[in-house]
Design a protein around this ligand. Structure first.
Ligand code: XMP
Length: 429
């Protein structure tokens, strides 16, 4: 293993992820583990140079103050206890805190600042090979950032022992399924099974207008299609997953209650009985992107804006029809193209189009014609809990309007959504 590690044990602090980030910002790798880590688990962690027992408001669980076992205190590396046992509390001030942390990490623990993507990748390749041996791994590759980076890492580690399954459910953005095939099958020479499930999904969704019902159908059908593909393959004992650190935090730890159940954690058919391979589970999103870049994935994949699992399905409002779905896909492509051309790609957090299930009268070729409107949405946010609207130049909005109303079949009006979150949400359903 190439990287030194500072181990954070979760004794109920809500700031463990922040602490891990601060240590990584010093160039030293850091992982967070539960307070009750066993002696064997601790011994299995490579290059632990120091341990921080990070307590906090959730330290008392069911009336009992939790603590790490004696084997942690006796592990033979420096142990820092910032909130108890006479230890000094963390300084609030950023600079002093950094100094205290760096004194501990470099002064007491003598850790090397050797946390970088090349070392992370080298370590993960070794760990993946050790875990998988000559076994076979299956991966659902959506083309999103996380699954793409896991795929690239697994390809680097085990090549053709990996089989990727890309399910095209018909709700992806223009060009996305083609890019997945191009990058992974042609450029990275991966085993890639491409499943055209467009008709299957659209048939299931026909006539369904309730948004939650639509989400359920898309999620459920996805698992069924994936499962069918998995059962056709022989000798697979591992499942690759693009779980990243925020997914784990959101699903709750021993001391922090679940914020929400996450689609990336759990939700798999149990009887398939796979062992999980999750090499990104300790990475924050920006680190996942850096990893993808270091593995040679294209920027358009690595810096992709967030895209909901149910995809264009929740942007084609009400019951999905093929013609409106095509209109939302084409208008989205025009919006993305124009934002890229005008330097807004990578600057605006999320931007897309929505098509409602209403028509209004307009004029086309000198005749009155009932057609759909398209709504543009472009927002900025830090955590998606609140969002502000991007101030898109008016002439660009007019240009996009002209293109959409002239190039997208069945669309005669374009509207710009000026609503922040709250009161709006980012998506429309
Ligand atoms: P809202 O609309 O709740 O969206 O303001 C916040 C962020 O979450 C994304 N989003 C989803 N992502 N499955 C997902 O994976 C979903 O069902 C879903 N709904 C919303 C949305 O695109 C935005 O980034």
């Amino acid at each position: 293993m190439k990287q030194d590690m500072i181990l954070i044990l979760d004794l109920g602090s809500e700031h463990n992820p922040q602490l891990a980030r601060e240590i990584r910002a010093l160039g030293v790798y850091s992982e967070i583990h539960p307070h009750d880590i066993s002696q064997a688990e601790l011994a299995a962690l490579p290059n632990v140079k120091g341990i921080i027992l990070n307590g906090g408001p959730n330290r008392v669980v069911d009336g009992v103050e939790i603590d790490a076992g004696a084997h942690v205190y006796g592990a033979g590396v420096p142990v820092l206890t910032p909130d108890h046992r006479g230890g000094a509390p963390w300084p609030e001030d950023g600079e002093q805190r950094k100094k205290a942390l760096s004194d501990f990490v470099f002064g007491q623990c003598r850790a090397q600042a050797n946390w970088n993507m090349d070392n992370f990748i080298a370590d993960q390749i070794e760990l993946i090979r050790r875990q998988v041996g000559d076994g076979k791994v299956l991966l659902a590759l959506s083309g999103g950032v996380d699954s793409s980076v896991v795929a690239a890492l697994l390809i680097r580690a085990i090549g053709k022992q990996l089989t990727c399954v890309h399910v095209n459910h018909g709700l992806l953005r223009k060009g996305e399924p083609e890019q997945v095939v191009q990058v992974f099958r042609h450029e990275m020479d991966a085993n890639l099974i491409y499943v055209d499930a467009v008709d299957r999904f659209l048939d299931k969704l026909a006539g369904v207008s309730d948004p939650e019902q639509k989400r359920k159908i898309i999620g459920g059908e996805f698992i069924r299609v994936f499962e069918e593909e998995a059962r056709k393959l022989e000798g697979i004992s591992f499942l690759g997953q693009g779980t990243i650190y925020p997914d784990i935090i959101e699903s709750g730890t021993k001391t922090v209650k679940a914020v929400k159940s996450h689609h990336n954690v759990g939700g798999l058919p149990e009887d398939l009985d796979f062992q999980l391979v999750e090499p990104l589970k300790m990475l924050f999103k920006d680190e996942v992107r850096a990893c993808g870049k270091a593995l040679g994935l294209p920027d358009s994949m690595v810096y992709r804006q967030p895209f909901p699992g149910p995809g264009l399905g929740v942007r084609c409002l009400g019951a999905i029809t093929r013609d409106r779905l095509e209109a939302v896909r084409e208008s989205d492509a025009i919006l993305r193209e124009e934002f890229a051309r005008h330097g807004l790609e990578g600057k605006v957090w999320q931007y897309f189009t929505i098509i409602p299930d209403v028509k209004s009268v307009g004029v086309r070729d000198g005749k009155r014609a009932d057609e759909w409107p398209v709504i543009l949405r472009a927002v900025n946010t830090v955590d998606a809990m609140t969002a502000t609207v991007e101030n898109v130049p008016f002439d660009l909005l007019q240009h996009i309007t002209h293109r959409i109303t002239h190039e997208v079949k069945g669309v005669n009006r374009v509207l710009y959504d000026l609503t922040p979150k709250p009161t709006g949400t980012i998506e429309w359903e």
